[in-house]
Design a protein around this ligand. Structure first.
Ligand code: LER
Ligand code: MN
Length: 280
């Protein structure tokens, strides 16, 4: 089966130096970026939105339908980057605000039943905190988000392990998948970001293969990034064993270019697209 390609479009001004290929916060820039994604040949876009209001869901829906572009996923990182909201905040009221922010993005993505990504909003274990306590808060928050997404839209939630400089909760995909299983979160899958994995995993292909257990593939989405977070092919990652591992676990989701726009957005997008075409 041919895996589908996606490219990241960021509409969060505070994340303009972040690892997203297309940037632009106005509705006009956003719309132009969707056209560029289509022109290059992507099947879908992955959106990094400031909140559920500033970019219109209905206008976006019309435009994506006209362009025959899918919505691969919506990132929630603005909850942390812009509003400092964390799903593991100590205070119940702060956690509720974080959960409500994620729910509003789930509503935004509802018409597509597209998954919502939990990356930087997962937070971290503070110096004065017990890991078990923080994990319990993460489990509780994910459980509420999971229920909301599956009951209203049958959509999935993607939990993303990050490298050690961004979280100390889960940095390796296999450990995170085992923990998800222990929490019985029916609709939460792992987002495997090859950039973070390059820092944390012993072997990328083996780590992917280890995400198939209990009769299930636990990977729901892939951030297709090279070792240096440039477009795949601009670093030193060997894609052949990764592609073979994804096929062997029966992965059938998106490969989404979440990389820096280096040397520029169009070159990074084209290189991402070509690398997906040649690897699969
Ligand atoms: C989000 O997908 C991610 O990978 C984080 O590193 C955000 O900065
Ligand atoms: Mn990522």
């Amino acid at each position: 089966m041919k895996l589908r390609s996606a490219i990241t479009v960021c509409a969060v001004p505070q994340a303009k130096s972040g690892p997203f290929v297309f940037h632009g916060a106005s509705q006009a820039d956003f719309s132009a970026n969707l056209h560029l994604a289509k022109d290059i040949g992507f099947d879908a876009v992955e959106l990094f939105l400031p909140d559920a209001k500033q970019i219109s869901a209905s206008e976006t829906k019309n435009q994506l339908e006209k362009l025959s572009l899918g919505l691969a996923a919506v990132g929630s990182g603005a909850g942390w980057v812009v509003h400092q909201l964390s799903l593991t905040a100590k205070e119940n009221a702060d956690r509720t605000k974080a959960i409500d922010f994620v729910k509003s993005l789930i509503d935004w993505a509802g018409p597509w039943s597209a998954p919502t990504i939990i990356g930087s909003m997962q937070g971290r274990v503070g110096a004065d905190e017990e890991r078990a306590e923080v994990l319990k808060r993460l489990g509780d928050s994910l459980s509420q988000i999971n229920e909301y997404a599956s009951a209203r839209y049958s959509s999935q939630v993607l939990y993303e392990p990050l490298n050690r400089y961004e979280t100390n909760l889960f940095t390796r995909i296999g450990e995170a998948a085992k923990w998800l299983e222990s929490q019985s979160l029916s609709n939460v899958l792992i987002l495997a970001d090859l950039f973070h994995m390059n820092i944390e995993e012993i072997n990328l292909a083996t780590a992917i293969e280890e995400c198939k257990f209990s009769g299930k593939n636990w990977i729901g989405h892939v951030h297709w990034a090279d070792s240096n977070r440039r477009a795949m092919g601009m670093g030193h990652t060997d894609t052949a064993p990764i592609a073979a591992a994804l096929k062997s676990i029966g992965y059938c989701g998106y490969l989404s270019g979440e990389v820096f726009p280096t040397p520029d957005s169009l070159s990074a997008a084209r290189q991402t697209f070509l690398s997906i075409q040649s690897a699969f």
